[in-house]
Write a protein that binds this ligand. Structure first.
Ligand code: ATP
Length: 203
């Protein structure tokens, strides 16, 4: 297990991926909860077999991958099916996350999760970094990236924890209100801090 884990969180389109890519470029092992949650349902993994057994073969695409849109529809329409799915996946995601953190080969590791504080993953972390951006920028960047309407993105922002709630759990805040060069500069500074903290934790 990496002996020092920094949790990274932030609202939709705040820049979590852009920030974690910058840490990865500095050699930091990045474990991304969104990536892990897709990996556990890849073809050949036991979770996909359980999902097919439960929902039927129509829940997969022609090439044997999970049909996420179909699954979303089923669980959106039926809260008990949503619960069934969460009970199956949450422990597997937790296990896989620990497995990847254990394999980290950098002085500290980054655990990226939009729901870091909501899911208890924060307990795995020695430090929490919140990526923060003014809501107007969050909206604009997400609309451009996903080709979504303003209403769609506003609805997602409203469904997530508030900025205040997130900032309350932060040890560090990265204000992602500039360009990507500025972001990389801020990441480089935080990297120095985390290297020091990880070295002290090791003593
Ligand atoms: P989500 O919660 O939806 O996964 P996220 O927090 O990972 O989003 P990113 O995907 O990193 O956010 O950023 C949203 C979009 O904004 C991306 O297209 C990204 O390239 C862009 N972006 C992020 N930060 C900056 C920046 N400082 N300057 C310009 N573009 C940026």
């Amino acid at each position: 297990m990496a002996n020092y884990i920094v949790g990274l969180t932030g609202g939709i389109g705040s820049g979590k991926t852009a920030v974690s890519d910058a840490f990865a470029a500095l050699g930091v092992t990045v474990v991304d909860a969104d990536v892990v949650s897709r990996e556990v349902v890849e073809p050949g993994r036991p979770a996909l077999a359980a999902i097919v057994e439960h929902f039927g073969a129509d829940i997969t695409t022609a090439d044997g991958h999970l049909d996420r849109a179909a699954l979303r529809q089923v669980i959106f329409a039926d809260a008990s099916e949503k619960q069934w799915l969460e009970q199956l996946l949450h422990p597997l995601i937790g296990e896989e996350t620990l497995h990847q953190l254990a394999a980290a080969d950098s002085p500290y590791a980054l655990l990226v999760s939009p729901l870091l504080t909501e899911t208890g993953q924060q307990q795995l972390c020695q430090r929490v970094l919140v990526v923060d951006a003014p809501e107007a920028l969050q909206l604009q960047r997400t609309m451009t990236r996903d080709n979504n309407s303003r209403e769609q993105v506003e609805r997602i922002i409203a469904s997530q924890s508030s900025r205040q709630q997130r900032l309350a759990s932060a040890d560090d805040v990265l204000n992602n209100d500039g360009d990507l060069a500025e972001l990389r500069e801020k990441v480089a500074q935080l990297h120095q801090t985390y290297l020091q903290l990880a070295a002290q934790a090791h003593d």
